[in-house]
Write a protein that binds this ligand. Structure first.
Ligand code: PMP
Length: 350
């Protein structure tokens, strides 16, 4: 006898990348964190909010995240009612499924991409369909009319790093009966994004995170841009105080410091180029990446062997047991020094 709903009893939970307890002893290149601190303005804003005695923490945070939304809306060129804040973009993915896909209804995503969509669908009791990728980086066998409630398109793709161009995303949106959620967790590292399509196509929703490019994974901040009707629905179903006071001031300060963002993104992309070139010279096959990680396969195409050898040297990268990915590794881009250490280890491992 179980008290649980059948789908909860039977589902496997999502397993995030390995988190060592003593982080300082590891080179951690497995969860696409940013190796640099957030903008100094973030620290200042948090300290100002804390004040001398933390007294502000007595009070509930702004339930509507008004400042954060205003700053994000201005940055992306939308009215504030087209933007919603979130406790990490994971919260938005969850609430989009809760809002749009009932029990037994179907959602779809690209395989390989972010496997959390499947976990969220399982919680909701929604059915899942996956579409593969062609050699040319298109969605394989995508129908003229996809009837499901949601199609999640991760662009840039995780873990592959490839991005979809705007014209192609527009075409996909036209073929979806339900919503097309463009998960742009890594879009700040790419040249193109789908924000413009939110205005153009009725069914496009774009989700973003401050975990990667803004270096705020530890504060749990995300946002979505969508039509006001969709934003209003997402507002109805979220926890009312979903962002704490420190996260809210951190979010606005980070978004306002675009110079810092550009500087960090340029630095990471430059390290990525250098790292990828050296990896290739070691015989690795490296996919062109528009994100803060690369997907790379060693010459013997045994990703697990290299993962384990790196693990023994306290270097963490991501290996997926999925047959489509097991030949390679997803390696997050750290500092130049960290990547040099990773390269030295890879040379040794062979
Ligand atoms: N989407 C993708 C593709 C991701 O890789 C991640 C990070 N694991 C997320 C969404 C969620 O990011 P967060 O909840 O930290 O905003």
């Amino acid at each position: 006898m179980t008290y649980l709903r059948k789908n909860i009893a039977e589902m496997a939970g999502y397993v995030p990348g390995f988190q060592p307890e003593n982080e300082a002893e590891w080179i951690k290149l497995n969860t696409n964190e940013n190796p640099y601190p957030p903008s100094p303005k973030v620290r200042e804003a948090i300290l100002a909010e804390l004040g001398s005695d933390g007294g502000n923490l007595r009070k509930y945070p702004d339930a509507a995240s008004r400042e954060f939304r205003r700053v994000a809306a201005e940055l992306y060129g939308f009215d504030a009612d087209w933007v919603i804040s979130a406790n990490g973009s994971d919260e938005l993915l969850n609430n989009l499924i809760r809002a749009c896909a009932g029990e037994g209804e179907e959602i779809a995503y690209v395989h390989p991409s972010y496997s959390y969509y499947a976990t969220l669908a399982a919680i909701q009791g929604a059915k899942v369909k996956t579409f593969g990728l062609t050699e040319a980086g298109r969605i394989a066998d995508f129908p003229a009319r996809y009837p499901g409630k949601i199609f999640f398109l991760t662009s840039p793709n995780a873990p592959l790093g490839i991005a979809f161009d705007k014209a192609y995303i527009r075409e996909l949106a036209g073929r979806c009966a339900g919503i097309l959620v463009v998960d742009e967790a890594y879009a700040d590292f790419a040249e193109e994004n789908a924000l413009e399509l939110v205005r153009e196509c009725r069914n496009v929703v774009v989700t973003r995170t401050l975990s990667k490019s803004y270096s705020l994974a530890g504060m749990r901040l995300g946002l979505a841009v969508a039509r006001p009707e969709m934003i209003a629905a997402l507002d109805k179903i979220r926890d009312h105080y979903h962002l704490d006071r420190l996260a809210l001031v951190a979010a606005s300060a980070a978004l306002r410091d675009q110079n810092y963002l550009r500087e960090m993104v340029a630095k990471i992309c430059s390290t990525r180029g250098r790292f990828a070139a050296v990896l290739e010279s070691l015989g690795y096959q490296v996919l062109d990446s528009c994100a803060n990680y690369v997907f790379a396969a060693p010459p013997d195409r045994d990703g697990k062997r290299v993962y384990e050898a790196l693990f023994q040297r306290r270097i963490l990268v991501r290996h997926f047991s999925d047959p489509l990915l097991a030949h390679g590794l997803r390696i997050s881009i750290g500092t130049d020094e960290e990547m040099d250490q990773a390269l030295a280890a890879l040379r040794e491992i062979g």
